[in-house]
Design a protein around this ligand. Sequence first.
Ligand SMILES: Nc1ncnc2c1ncn2[C@@H]1O[C@H](COP(=O)(O)OP(=O)(O)OP(=O)(O)O)[C@@H](O)[C@H]1O
Ligand SMILES: [Mg+2]
Length: 365
Amino acid sequence: MTASSGTMPDVRIRGVVKRFGRFEAVAGIDLDVERGQFVTLLGPSGCGKTTTLRMIGGFEQPDVGEILVAGEPVSQDETGRHTRMVFQSYALFPHMTVARNVAFGLRMDGVARSEIAARVETMLASLGLADQAAKYPRQLSGGQQQRVALARALVTRPRVLLLDEPLGALDLKMRKRMQGELKALQRDVGITFIYVTHDQEEAMNLSDVIVVMEKGRIAQVGTPEEIYRRPVSAYVADFVGETNLLPGRVVAAGAGGLRVATRIGELSVPGAGGPAGGALTVAVRPEAIMIGPSLDGQARGRGIVQSRSFLGALTRVVIGIDGTTLTADRPGLLAVQPGDAVEFGWRDEDALALPADKSLPGEMQ
Ligand SMILES: Nc1ncnc2c1ncn2[C@@H]1O[C@H](COP(=O)(O)OP(=O)(O)OP(=O)(O)O)[C@@H](O)[C@H]1O
Ligand SMILES: [Mg+2]
């Protein structure tokens, strides 16, 4: 292949569609993954994450479109030429020791015995598995088995590692620990990682780039910060972190932004927006909402505290305003009680104008 690998992304997906019967599991996606990036496919169950990953790995063929890995079309006769996959279920060989599991791919590749031993030893050591080499998978904890699965994939030095919810079977504490290890490992080996999860916090924590998927399509691609701060739709805003979504209508649009009529009153929102009368959705993150007996002119309105939960690092307060609710997260302990009348507000720049979303309850007519 003559494509210069210097400019070609590690993975290029162009116009890919995958159908199962008449159902489009992947409904036309384009994506470039650059060398050495940690890219996460994020989305709810059934949105096409695994199907996409399996096509990159060559386990499935697209019905339409093309996938290139390292500049070469992925073909089923050469599954795994540039990629390795790590599964949620680990898929270790139960009758092989840890060392033999990790050596397996190298033996298949015909690597010399002496080199296999050295590479396996180094890989096990770098994943903290040096003492486990002679054990069988069933003698290991879930976290250790996951590490063996990673070692087995990484030892063959693939160009791209594909990981399908690899931490899904672990408890929360182990998952957090493995997230840190995965990130450090990826930085060390410099291999491109394409990671699948439906856990937005995990995606934020690990990724250089997040690809938010919705029903077989890509809803948004961006850094964790871009996705969180500038979601392009109510769907993305709602899936990535908590958010308050208020259906509204443009009352006036000017240089200073938009005036938007919502169920909690008229709001100023930055943005150019559409013509007066146009429908849109206003999004405000809970942590942007201030609460006080008096907000010194920054108040947007008044409401009644419906509930208050102390969550340790923050207090979550749900405020009821004429049948609508707003959720606010304040740092530390906030001494309000259900039934209290409070003022709420936020800085202008903390409100986002997003396209109208028909799936929202209370869409304004
Ligand atoms: N082999 C198959 N035959 C028929 N339908 C399939 C097949 N594989 C996947 N699907 C369907 O395609 C859609 C996407 O599946 P996919 O496994 O890619 O979802 P996912 O995003 O990985 O979801 P999850 O988070 O639950 O793993 C689902 O509706 C699924 O039922
Ligand atoms: Mg899946």
